[in-house]
Ligand binder design. Structure first.
Ligand code: NDP
Length: 396
């Protein structure tokens, strides 16, 4: 039986992965090694019981008692804390889903790759912060990284049987998020509640807000460059309000391959789970005649400055992505805590990049795990400082 581990099992991607495992035979068909979560230990324990996991791990030591109580009599081991998460990655597995949200997903993912495991990567932050390190570790240990982000799964599928040298450009689509049609001036008063509703996709809160600001698309542009390589100038984002085409790959002969599918993450997760085969998936089938039309418009960098910042990060390379992601996470926290306004998030990230990249600081450092974690720390500190400054100036 295939041995499976899910990092971030209680989140949106994690739940969809659990759903697919259950539909494909559950504990009878898969040997579930480890399931990890954060504070939702009741759900984590429920999943671990149903899938008969060997171990359930919460990221938070103060949640261990509750997890142990919820698992009492089940035979499932309970563990907690960052070290336990890393150890879960050391347990032999054939396929590991990386679906922790944020930079916290990097260390378990790196550990898993060192064992030559196949890593289904939803945690885009790992590639943004430490792309060369992650890919280098996979190569050195004969491990494979399968993209799970819908755009990157779409690109991956469009490239089956193709030579990467024949690719002229890659276009990823963006729904435009909650504020796509708002006047730009109105964004100053946008609330976390308003930013947390997505027109097409049901996702975790953080990525939903990142969709409204396009920081999610910014991360995906960088992720595209890291995973598929190529000139950043040939990687584009276009607004496609229906979210039915996820990505398009343009080839040197002018042909474009587009991946079309319903906005349901089980598609991309199922593709990675069953790769290289295709199996039945419980996603809606599209009726193109009923859909009638697909719309596209250019992604305005005035409305979404995160896209301009992504381009600068792709061009700078080095550890700029690590600073960008950490600053973005800190700015998002500040917005959710109502310390800064929605548009100010991009300003905070830009200020952090300016502060840390002086004298080529971010591009000259070696890309090692220690340096990535150090830059992550420095960027969060700088962001907190800048947020405090914004509050003093009353620029909410
Ligand atoms: P969620 O917020 O829904 O879930 C995050 C998961 O990570 C939960 O299991 C959560 O536990 C756990 N978690 C939270 N903080 C920590 C931490 N510090 N250490 C360890 N575990 C933690 O996120 P999503 O499922 O939406 O996204 C997961 C990843 O997948 C992100 O990187 C996102 O960008 C990416 N992604 C998501 C898509 C989507 O459709 N949702 C689409 C494409 C990519 P708990 O809830 O128990 O506290």
């Amino acid at each position: 039986m295939r041995r499976i581990t899910i990092f971030g099992a209680t989140g949106s991607i994690g739940e969809n992965t659990v759903d697919l495992l259950e539909r494909q035979g559950g504990a009878e068909a898969y040997d579930v090694v480890a399931l990890t979560g954060g504070r939702n230990v009741a759900r984590l324990a429920e999943q671990a019981r149903t899938l008969r996991a060997d171990v359930a791990v919460t990221a938070y030591p103060d949640c261990l008692d509750d997890l142990e109580a919820a698992l009492a009599g089940s035979g499932v081991e309970a563990a907690a804390g960052p070290q336990a998460l890393a150890e879960a990655a050391d347990r032999p597995a054939d396929w590991i889903m990386s679906a922790i949200v944020g930079a916290a997903g990097l260390v378990p993912g790196m550990r898993a790759l060192k064992h030559g495991t196949t890593l289904a990567l939803a945690n885009k932050e790992s590639l943004v912060t430490a792309g060369p390190l992650l890919l280098g570790t996979a190569e050195a240990h004969g491990a494979r990284i399968l993209p799970v982000d819908s755009e990157h799964s779409a690109i991956f599928q469009a490239l089956v049987g193709e030579e990467i040298d024949a690719v002229e450009r890659i276009i990823i689509t963006a729904s435009g998020g909650a504020f796509r049609d708002w006047p730009i001036e109105a964004l100053e008063s946008a609330t976390p509640e308003q930013a947390s509703s997505h027109p097409n996709w049901a996702m975790g809160q953080r990525i939903t807000v990142d969709s409204a600001s396009m920081f999610n698309k910014a991360l995906e542009l960088i992720e595209t460059k890291e995973y598929f390589g190529g000139d950043p100038a040939r990687i584009e984002a276009v607004v496609h309000p229906e979210s039915l085409i996820h990505a398009l790959v343009g080839f040197r002969d002018g042909a474009i391959m587009a991946h079309v599918g319903p906005p349901d993450m089980r598609h991309a997760i199922g593709y990675a789970l069953n790769w290289p085969d295709r199996r039945d998936l419980p996603v809606a089938r599209l009726d193109l005649a009923q859909i009638g039309q697909l719309n596209f418009r250019s992604a305005c960098e005035k409305r979404w400055p995160a896209l301009r910042l992504a381009r600068e990060v792709m061009e700078a390379g080095g550890l700029t992505g690590a600073a960008f992601n950490a600053a973005k996470e800190a700015a998002l926290d500040a917005f959710l805590a109502r310390q800064i306004s929605f548009p100010r998030m991009a300003g905070v990230v830009e200020d952090v990049l300016t502060r840390l990249s002086g004298e080529g600081g971010l591009t000259k450092m070696q890309i090692s795990l220690e340096n990535v974690l150090e830059v992550d720390h420095l960027a969060r500190q700088a962001a907190a400082d800048i947020v405090r400054g914004s509050e003093r100036q009353g620029s909410y």
